[in-house]
Design a protein around this ligand. Structure first.
Ligand SMILES: Cc1cc2nc3c(=O)[nH]c(=O)nc-3n(C[C@H](O)[C@H](O)[C@H](O)COP(=O)(O)OP(=O)(O)OC[C@H]3O[C@@H](n4cnc5c(N)ncnc54)[C@H](O)[C@@H]3O)c2cc1C
Length: 479
């Protein structure tokens, strides 16, 4: 193997950074251009928000628990890493999702978690929406399309305008909060769910657009094609994806550093190109290119001396904080529990609990026989006050909510709280324009590349797609 003529440092060993590193390794191999790659992670292990803990026969996801299957990039990565036979789908026998509203648990129309209801009867039987509210939803067909394309409409404004306030409050808001831990009045429709903006523009109505899409799907999907659930994960948890990535990078001779925080990125003075990365232990490395795959507020600091305007725009991206609370119960204590994948709690209910997943019912082999694992999600934009409480208080609050909402009795056999401080970038109105401006400004900075959840999608598949794109482009630039 020839000595690499190029050296790339990747700061941040979350899924975005690891995907960039893999893409560099692959592109280098394919193009025959030798490139050395160093991944630097400040924590003691890789994965960032992806963190799976296997404890006493439980598979506890402290961060994300699955990835969307409609976006191919996570699947493709699993395939590349030889994990295809480890991919598992949601358990089809428990696939109801509920909404705790007006004092009781009510079933959501199936498919609504993908924002496309497939079983509308639940809409009418659930009692979640009043007859007037349903009439207003049906009126969506006749609402004219928005013509002010300059305006970056908020998610709340869009769905209130199209479906009415009730449908927004009980269907849309809780699902948005579950995904973005955000406030739908602030989040940009186009930056979060651009497809809805496109549907409105293309068909003049969401109902018309979805019906057309469904017809197209029915025609194009052969009945024998294997059914994929909307979400998938790995048998041993998403941490296995991180482990497989790390193994692949190690076998490709990448240098992987954990417990090293990058505190400064400076230009090498006596060379036309190249950067010096200083770590918190005062060691440093010299590289040709740097990928910053860190949260936007970290990237902003590291970028400040190179492109202050872009750094300012990055620093202003808001983040929300959350916590996941995983609890395992003896099956006797959940006998009376309503069964399903999970439930959401609309903001107007005034609870700190955003959502909960019946992990053991949603996925196979998440707990030992005789036990049921439930994962709750608290905090998020505007509901962060609970995070100021200690773990015991949060655990007691959750236990009380589960008792009230789904009839779980008894104390948990296991409880774990994972706090996520400033973890979820908020794609607020103006996000698309902000990212465009950052990209334009960064095109003047040779050798520093940006990726990560703050840019073009915070879900795992989008992070993989973007991280991979950045890695490939760097190697192409050496060709
Ligand atoms: C609770 C929760 C649940 C979620 N659920 C889902 C889900 O079910 N499905 C889904 O698709 N997505 C989900 N997401 C979103 C998704 O997990 C994240 O957006 C994604 O993992 C972010 O990856 P990333 O690599 O961009 O950033 P991170 O994972 O944040 O990685 C950045 C890395 O940079 C490191 N770092 C920071 N500063 C420095 C420094 N100075 N030097 C070196 N390293 C540094 C950090 O330690 C971290 O490891 C969830 C997120 C959270 C928090």
């Amino acid at each position: 193997m020839p000595t690499p003529a190029h050296h790339v440092a990747i700061v941040g060993g979350g899924i975005s950074g690891l995907s960039s590193a893999l893409a560099i390794q692959e592109a280098s191999r394919q193009s025959g251009v030798p490139v050395a790659c160093t991944v630097i992670e400040s924590e003691q292990s890789f994965g960032g928000k992806i963190r799976t803990n296997q404890i006493n026969g439980l598979v506890v996801e402290a961060g994300p628990d699955s990835f969307l299957t409609s976006k191919p990039w996570a699947f493709d990565l699993c395939d590349k890493l030889g994990l295809t036979d480890q991919v598992i789908h949601t358990n089809p026998s428990n696939n109801q999702t509920f909404c705790f509203a007006k004092g009781q648990m009510r079933e959501l129309p199936q498919g609504l978690t993908g924002f496309v209801p497939t079983r509308l009867s639940a809409l009418f039987s659930g009692g979640l929406i009043s007859p007037l509210g349903m009439l207003r939803m049906g009126g969506e067909w006749f609402i004219p399309r928005h013509t002010d394309l300059e305006q970056d409409e908020s998610l709340a404004a869009f769905f209130r305008r199209r479906l009415g306030a009730e449908a927004f409050n009980y269907f849309i808001e809780p699902l948005v909060a579950g995904i973005y831990a955000g406030d739908a009045d602030e989040l940009s429709l186009r930056a979060t769910f651009p497809r809805f903006h496109e549907l409105e523009q293309e068909y003049g109505s969401l109902i018309k657009g979805m019906r057309a899409q469904q017809r197209r799907r029915t025609v194009s999907t052969p009945t024998s094609s294997p059914q994929r659930s909307m979400f998938a994960t790995l048998r041993g948890g998403l941490g296995d994806l991180v482990q497989a990535l790390v193994k692949e990078l190690e076998s490709g001779q990448a240098r992987l550093l954990t417990g090293h925080r990058v505190i400064e990125v400076s230009k090498v003075q006596d060379q036309a190109s190249g950067y010096r990365l200083l770590f918190d232990n005062q060691e440093h490395i010299l590289v040709d290119d740097v990928v910053l795959a860190t949260p936007a507020y970290v990237t902003a600091k590291l970028l400040q001396s190179h492109q202050p305007s872009a750094a300012g725009l990055l620093a202003d991206i808001p983040y929300s904080s959350t916590a996941t609370v995983s609890l395992a119960f003896d099956n006797h204590d959940v006998e009376r529990m309503i069964k399903g994948f999970g439930f959401v709690v609309p903001r107007i209910e005034g609870k700190a609990l955003i959502a909960a997943t019946w992990t053991s019912l949603k996925w196979p082999n998440r707990s030992k026989p005789g036990q049921t694992l439930i994962r709750c999600y608290v905090g998020g934009k505007g509901r962060e006050q609970i995070l100021e409480e200690d773990d015991h208080t949060i655990g007691t609050y959750i236990q009380g909510q589960l008792q009230e909402m789904i009839g779980v009795a008894g104390a948990p056999l296991f409880a774990e709280i994972q706090r996520w401080d400033r973890a979820m970038p908020q794609y607020v109105c103006g996000h698309g324009k902000r990212i465009k401006e950052i990209r334009t400004l960064m095109s003047q900075v040779k050798g520093i590349h940006l990726t990560g959840a703050a840019f073009d999608g915070l879900g795992i598949p989008d992070c993989i797609r973007e991280g991979t794109r950045v890695g490939k482009e760097i190697v192409q630039s050496y060709g």
